[in-house]
Design a protein around this ligand. Structure first.
Ligand code: ASP
Ligand code: MG
Length: 421
């Protein structure tokens, strides 16, 4: 049986028609290797951002159903253009949107999860020798509503397709050459990792390393899909392979450092110290489909018998969070809701930190030496995150990258703007 390779190309790889021609060549090369090829593409360049901007110009709070209708169009443009480019090179190709394939999602707008992918149509067309080009980022509900998977969701579309088709590999082609120890635009001598485990990649992705959509890594881990991140402009470079931690040798305690600049902290002040308050609070947020990241509840104050509960959410969920809390404030007896949007989460990640004491203290000491104040701390087995002021994020990342010995001798060749800090 022929092997199936799923290739995914991000927005920068298909930003204009010349780049689309280049992608067509990469796709055809894989087909010439004797493989069946399913390609997933994102919207061209900054299309999605432009669409969001237009929506916001018309309405401060556009309905999420119409946002999905709007944003899903970006990927539809890319699939048709790429298919034409492949056909122009003399290869048989066909494009499908998510509804045509049957990328079934739950009935939630703006960050739906994939529940099933129908493979009949894909298999039939692969058997007919066609290269298939599928729209990333979008899905469809059982009753035919268009959904999207959340910003950056095309990676997840690609991995889910690879899992459904039992593909040999999923190659994520992007504008960087792989996964780095930290963002090379912030630290130019960041090192490229040849291998990284699903677990570490997952933590890095959640910590704000913008290389892969976190859910794509979860899906790859769940279905053991070998995932490769590589550059569509440097084909000789094999990029970074993401695989099970059991298959790796761990040399360093820390594999990477990341900063997430899109978090907001909320403090719910003076809630009574009694059962049910946290449950009520976080259930209400969950009902609105808001994911909460770090959570800290303070030690109860003796006299008033009250607590503060602080937590972080993604900035894009902030308006929804505040609206929910506004309704809930009196029920749970909070005296005040405080918001801090000028924060960043800086994290160190490494499967090698398990059973190695002193990693956390080194992190805190490094930040202390810089005079950086830590506002919240959270840990997992392989990650330590500190919430800091947004303006301290870059220098914290740089110092941590150095202290954990992650620098490379070569300066990464990266283009692109620095993230907004
Ligand atoms: N076009 C979507 C976005 O910009 C999905 C993606 O690129 O993965 O978020
Ligand atoms: Mg992306």
């Amino acid at each position: 049986m022929r092997k199936i390779i799923v290739q995914k190309f991000g927005g920068t790889s298909v930003a204009d028609t010349d780049k689309i021609k280049n992608v067509a060549k990469v796709v055809i090369r894989e087909k010439q290797n004797g493989n069946d090829v399913v390609v997933v593409v994102s919207a061209m360049g900054h299309t999605t951002d432009h669409l969001v901007k237009m929506a916001k110009a018309l309405s401060p709070n556009p309905s999420s159903r119409e946002m999905d209708m709007l944003l899903s169009t970006g990927e539809c443009v890319s699939i048709a253009l790429l298919t034409m480019a492949i056909q122009a090179e003399g290869y048989d190709a066909i494009s499908f949107n998510a509804t045509q394939v049957g990328i079934m999602t739950e009935n939630v707008h703006s960050k739906a999860r994939i529940v099933d992918i129908k493979t009949e149509k894909l298999r039939k067309n692969l058997e007919a020798g066609k290269i298939i080009v599928v729209a990333g980022f979008q899905g469809v509900t059982e009753d035919g509503e268009i959904t999207t998977l959340g910003r950056g969701g095309s990676d997840t579309s690609a991995v889910a397709l690879a899992a459904a088709l039992n593909a040999e590999r999923c190659d994520i082609y992007t504008d960087v050459e792989g996964v780095y120890t930290t963002d090379p635009r912030v630290v130019p001598n960041a090192s490229k990792l040849t291998e990284v485990s699903y677990e570490e990649m997952l933590e890095l992705a959640h910590a704000g390393a913008n290389v892969l959509h976190p859910r794509s890594v979860e899906t790859a881990k769940q279905f053991s899909v070998p995932l490769r991140v590589r550059s569509s402009f440097k084909l000789e470079d094999m990029g970074t392979l993401i695989l099970g931690v059991d298959k790796m040798e761990l040399h360093k305690p820390v594999a990477g450092v990341a900063a997430d600049l899109s978090q907001a902290r909320i403090v719910v002040c003076d809630v009574p110290d009694k059962p049910g308050i946290a449950a009520n609070l976080f259930t209400s947020l969950a009902d609105e489909n808001i994911s909460v990241d770090m959570i800290i509840q303070s030690y109860a104050r003796k006299v008033s018998n009250t607590n503060d509960i602080a937590f972080t959410v993604d900035s894009s969920d902030l308006p929804k969070t505040l609206a929910t809390l506004d309704k809930l404030k009196d029920t749970i007896g909070a005296s005040d809701i405080k918001v801090d949007a000028e924060i960043a989460k800086v994290s160190i990640v490494g499967a090698g930190m398990i059973d190695r004491p002193g990693i956390a203290s080194t992190m805190f000491e490094t930040l202390a030496k810089l005079g950086v104040n830590i506002k919240m701390i959270s840990t997992s087995e392989i990650k330590i995150s500190c919430l800091v002021d947004k303006m301290d994020a870059q220098k914290s990342v740089k110092a941590l990258h150095t202290v954990f010995g992650l620098e490379s001798d070569v300066v990464a060749d990266v283009k692109g703007d620095l993230p907004d800090v």
